[in-house]
Design a protein around this ligand. Structure first.
Ligand SMILES: Cc1cc2nc3c(=O)[nH]c(=O)nc-3n(C[C@H](O)[C@H](O)[C@H](O)COP(=O)(O)OP(=O)(O)OC[C@H]3O[C@@H](n4cnc5c(N)ncnc54)[C@H](O)[C@@H]3O)c2cc1C
Length: 326
């Protein structure tokens, strides 16, 4: 029996594995996808907003010649750290359920079962998009994940949303030669867009290189258009491709049904109920770490601040697992 199974090999899951292992406990990390699967899914050459030292885990330096790391630097860094720590990684194995109680859990996966005394849930938020719920959203040219612009030169692309991801995608697509229409439900580009990206986007809108439609809602998507309602009335926007970058949410089916974690219903973001001192949830023996701790408030915890959950959990586990019979 393992002392701990960690669900999720993201930066925070890895940080937890390192700190728990350093307490002399046995740990396995299970991920339904690749190592740092969320970052694998980020746009090619995406620049992190954090400087490298704020993304470090396990005390390993993240040396960089430039000011901010790109996706590929982070992929390389986390892979090297995981290898240096000889972490027990079970990749491409999805957790589907959790039986038992503290000291005697069975983690159910699509490939079998793992016995563990404790469980850490570090499943992030990047797997379930915030769907718009409009007809045509499931068409093959509609994507909730943006990767790179080059397939769209000379084509009409509709980008939905006005936060960092949509701003960056709209700019990159425009520079790669796509005709971009940015559809925004609110009245302006979000104030939360990073201070070095927002003016760039506003200036491209002002000079007419990006057509922005504010106070506009999407009614339907067809194979060749996006049907919208703007303050002036309905309109049909041509679209060979649609990036609906409307954000993501934690997998509540996993949290509630598979893991049976009670939520904090007093918090509108509905995070799992957990002790801030130990990160133990209301299901004893199960801990939460990283972005999943914020529920729907997906920017409450990110790598910079979420990586510190690892020390809290490791300290708490060292106390409890010591007492358990081996
Ligand atoms: C475009 C973009 C840029 C960002 N830039 C920054 C930045 O500059 N600085 C910063 O601090 N943060 C940044 N963030 C946020 C940051 O990436 C996330 O907060 C971070 O990934 C959270 O780490 P995590 O380990 O909690 O979750 P994740 O990295 O999301 O890892 C969760 C893991 O759990 C796995 N998983 C989920 N369900 C299951 C299951 N049922 N079974 C097994 N495995 C499962 C997933 O495959 C995934 O690998 C950015 C986010 C985005 C989208």
């Amino acid at each position: 029996m393992l002392d701990t199974v960690i669900i999720g090999a993201g930066p925070v899951g890895l940080a937890c594995a390192i700190e728990i292992q350093r307490q002399g406990l046995t740990v396995a990390v299970v991920d339904k996808g690749a190592l740092v699967n969320s970052i694998v899914g980020y746009p090619t050459q995406m620049e992190f907003f954090s400087t490298p030292e704020l993304l470090e885990i396990g005390g390993y330096p993240f040396p960089m010649a430039s000011y901010k790391p790109h996706r590929e630097d982070a992929l390389d860094y986390y892979q090297r750290v995981a290898a240096a720590e000889k972490l027990d990684l079970r990749l491409y194995e999805r957790v589907t359920g959790l039986r038992g109680q503290a000291g005697d859990f069975v983690v159910e996966t699509d490939q079998g079962e793992l016995a563990a005394r404790t469980v850490v849930v570090a499943t992030g938020f990047f797997d379930v998009p915030n769907y718009m719920g409009v007809p045509g959203e499931a068409l093959p040219h509609v994507n909730h994940y943006y990767k790179e612009p080059y397939a769209h030169a000379g084509r009409d692309v509709v980008v939905v949303g006005a936060k960092n991801s949509s701003a960056k995608a709209a700019l990159a697509l425009t520079r790669a030669g796509a005709r971009v229409a940015l559809v925004v439900r609110g009245s302006e580009v979000s104030e939360s867009v990073k201070y070095w990206i927002r003016p760039d986007l506003l200036n491209r809108i002002k000079e007419g290189r990006i057509q922005a439609y504010f106070n506009t809602t999407i009614d339907a998507i067809t194979p060749t258009t996006v049907e919208v309602t703007m303050p002036e009335g309905p309109r049909s926007l041509p679209a060979t491709y649609v990036y609906a970058l409307t954000g993501y949410r934690p997998d509540y089916a996993l949290l509630l049904d598979a893991l049976a974690l009670p939520l904090d219903e007093n918090d509108p973001a509905r995070p799992p109920l957990f002790s801030p001192a130990t990160h133990e949830t209301a299901r004893p023996g199960v801990y939460v770490a990283g972005t999943v701790c914020g529920g729907l408030a997906t920017s409450r915890w990110f790598i910079e601040n979420g990586r510190h959950h690892a020390q809290l959990i490791a300290r708490a586990l060292a106390g409890t697992v010591e007492l358990a019979p081996r």
